[in-house]
Design a protein around this ligand. Structure first.
Ligand code: COA
Length: 294
């Protein structure tokens, strides 16, 4: 695979979300068809508060989801957290974070009527409902709503200094961004409930062994590993990647036999696409497929 360095160096800042809670950088990927495919990197940008998710972060994430869904150039989305700022003189450095949860300061004095509208239209669900592949690139703390945001992504790559947990129980709460359900389906009932009941953190090694994350790297290799994976996916047919995501995702909701029927129906329908003919002929002619995305 070609070095991803040129792409990293040519990060194009297409849009800075109005409230600065996240930054969006769209990185062109060479060799995509239809041409001009982009990897969209969304960086949670509150490092002084460990990138915890406040209402501005949710607003910005939801806006980014709307933009990404309707921008055909965007093939893959990576969500990550900004690294810590250099410490002020005499202060201890802040730790690396993906996101240390919901912004707890916004919970003070709120009752159920206050929070219900926010939680009924939240960013975790919006990310989960994106039709395009998503990757969480995690370096540091992913706690509470941070773990839930990672769980809302399709794939999770973490550095070996990352920590995961659902500490809401320590606040007299439980996960509220789909965490109980997504965690349970990903790592199983026993381990999920242990995490939710204890609120204890687990490290990357344990997270990998229980299936919470897909792979672990050193902090230095995290970006390159994640970009390579994103680039690989970005070069597939953008039409077929959506069908693939939809089919695998359906297994979470459908009974087994119904899921198999649904997959067959999606598979058969792909025989009416131009990309299936392009892919099959490219293989037979030993060429790279030049997808049309339909
Ligand atoms: N919401 C709001 N602010 C948060 C936060 C959160 N979830 N997590 C961290 N912060 C803030 C701290 O208040 C602190 O702000 P300050 O420097 O202005 O005082 C800053 O981020 C750094 O955090 P700090 O606690 O000093 O860092 P630490 O290295 O001692 O501890 C953690 C790191 C992650 C263990 C600790 O911050 C923590 O437990 N955070 C809360 C995690 C949580 O319960 N998440 C679930 C929320 S539902």
């Amino acid at each position: 695979m070609k070095s991803i360095q040129p792409y990293v160096q040519t990060f194009v800042l297409l849009r800075q979300c109005m409230n600065d809670a996240i930054q969006i950088e769209n990185i062109p990927v060479e060799g995509t068809f239809p041409e001009g495919g982009l990897i969209s990197v969304w960086t949670l940008n509150r490092p002084d508060k460990l990138n915890s998710l406040n209402s501005d972060s949710h607003k910005a994430l939801k806006e980014a989801c709307d933009l990404a869904e309707y921008n055909d150039s965007i093939r893959v989305i990576i969500i990550t957290g900004a690294p810590p700022n250099p410490p002020l003189e005499g202060k201890k450095p802040k730790p690396y974070s993906f996101a240390a949860g919901a912004d707890i300061s916004e919970f003070v004095g709120k009752n159920s009527d206050d929070v219900r509208p926010f939680f009924e239209d939240n960013a975790w669900e919006r990310v989960w409902n994106l039709s395009k592949p998503t990757i969480a690139m995690i370096d540091g703390f992913a706690l509470g709503g941070g773990t839930e945001l990672a769980l809302s992504c399709d794939i999770r790559i973490a550095s070996n200094r990352s920590k995961f947990g659902t500490p809401e129980i320590n606040l007299g709460l439980i996960p509220g961004g789909g965490g109980t359900q997504r965690l349970c389906r990903l790592i199983g009932y026993g381990k999920a409930l242990e995490m939710v009941l204890t609120g204890d953190m687990i490290d990357s090694e344990l997270a990998l062994s229980c299936g919470l994350i897909n792979s672990v790297t050193t902090p230095e290799e995290l970006k390159e590993t994640t970009m390579k994976l994103a680039e690989n996916i970005a070069k597939k047919s953008p039409y077929t990647t959506k069908v693939a995501k939809r089919a695998v995702r359906a297994s979470l909701d459908l009974p087994f036999s119904e899921g198999v029927r649904m997959e067959r129906s999606e598979f058969v329908a792909l025989f009416d696409t131009e990309d299936k003919e392009i892919g099959v002929n490219a293989f037979l002619n030993r060429e790279s497929p030049k997808w049309l995305g339909k």
